[in-house]
Design a protein around this ligand. Structure first.
Ligand code: ADP
Ligand code: MG
Length: 253
């Protein structure tokens, strides 16, 4: 019999304390399968962003262990491991973090940074033709092919966030991390962006972990909801099984 495949991410007993601060995460254990879509919820300051950063080695961890994308580490990943994780991960944040005076296409080409030869991506005119083509194609996937040459500061908030999604996807990551990707958008643009995330992640079999303040987004777009509270996991279940009673305690101090 075949043994089940290793999860894409496996966290055991993770603890995180920032220097001089109180513990943020005390004991978090979690495993995420390849291709899953997971919503991470919790009150402000409950450690959602911290957990995302610990998962991919952007922050040192204070205890426990992380295995992500085939790299296993305690405290912090080595430089080679960090690069391997980075190469396979796309990031999207609340504020799109695009270069506003550059075109949508140039910003998407920047998604190749972190890959071998990536200095070329700093200057789009030096980028290999294959990168520019991939960037154009990915802009098409977020329905913005017609805005490739538009400067980012001429786009709406929703369009800019779609460019950020294209930038995160252009390098064909296995894992997509989205931290409050819709928090700055109006409700219609927010649904647009979340719908795109899910569709693209499903089509490309990309694992998606996103945080949200919006329970409707968490339930509609996450197959599974993980709630953080008091430094630990308050609940972790398929989104269809989450009841109002489960949610009652999540956002109370
Ligand atoms: N870089 C940092 N240095 C020190 N403390 C931090 C840092 N980042 C977050 N914190 C603290 O850790 C706690 C959890 O923050 P965060 O992970 O951002 O929560 P959330 O994303 O759920 O709002 C907060 O008390 C916050 O002030
Ligand atoms: Mg946060």
């Amino acid at each position: 019999m075949l043994s089940p495949p290793d999860p894409l991410i496996a966290v055991k007993g993770l603890a995180k304390t920032y220097p001089g601060g109180p513990p943020v995460l005390r004991d978090v254990s979690l495993s995420i399968r390849d291709g899953e879509s997971v919503a991470l919820i919790g009150a402000n300051g409950s450690g959602k962003s911290t957990l995302l950063k610990c998962l991919v080695g952007l922050h040192d961890i204070s205890g426990g262990s992380v295995a992500a994308l085939g790299e296993r580490f305690q405290t912090r990943p080595g430089a080679t491991q960090r690069r391997a994780i980075r190469r396979q991960t796309g990031f999207v944040f609340q504020h799109h973090g695009l270069v506003r005076r550059l075109s949508a296409l140039s910003n998407v080409v920047h998604g190749f940074l972190g890959q071998p030869g990536s200095w070329r991506a700093f200057c789009q005119s030096l980028a290999p033709q294959s990168w520019r083509e991939a960037a154009q194609e990915t802009l098409g996937a977020v329905n913005l092919a017609h805005k490739a040459e538009a400067r980012v500061d001429a786009l709406s908030g929703g369009q800019a966030q779609r460019v950020a999604i294209a930038r995160a996807l252009v390098g064909k990551p296995r894992l997509l991390i989205a931290d409050e990707p819709t928090a700055s958008l109006d409700p219609a643009a927010g649904h647009d962006v979340m719908g795109l995330f899910c569709e693209l992640a499903r089509n490309e079999n990309i694992t998606l972990i996103f945080t949200s303040h919006d329970m409707d987004h968490a339930q509609r777009y996450g197959e599974r909801i993980v709630a953080l509270k008091d430094g630990g996991i308050h609940f972790d279940k398929p989104s269809g099984e989450v009841r109002d009673g489960d949610l009652a305690g999540v956002f109370d101090g």
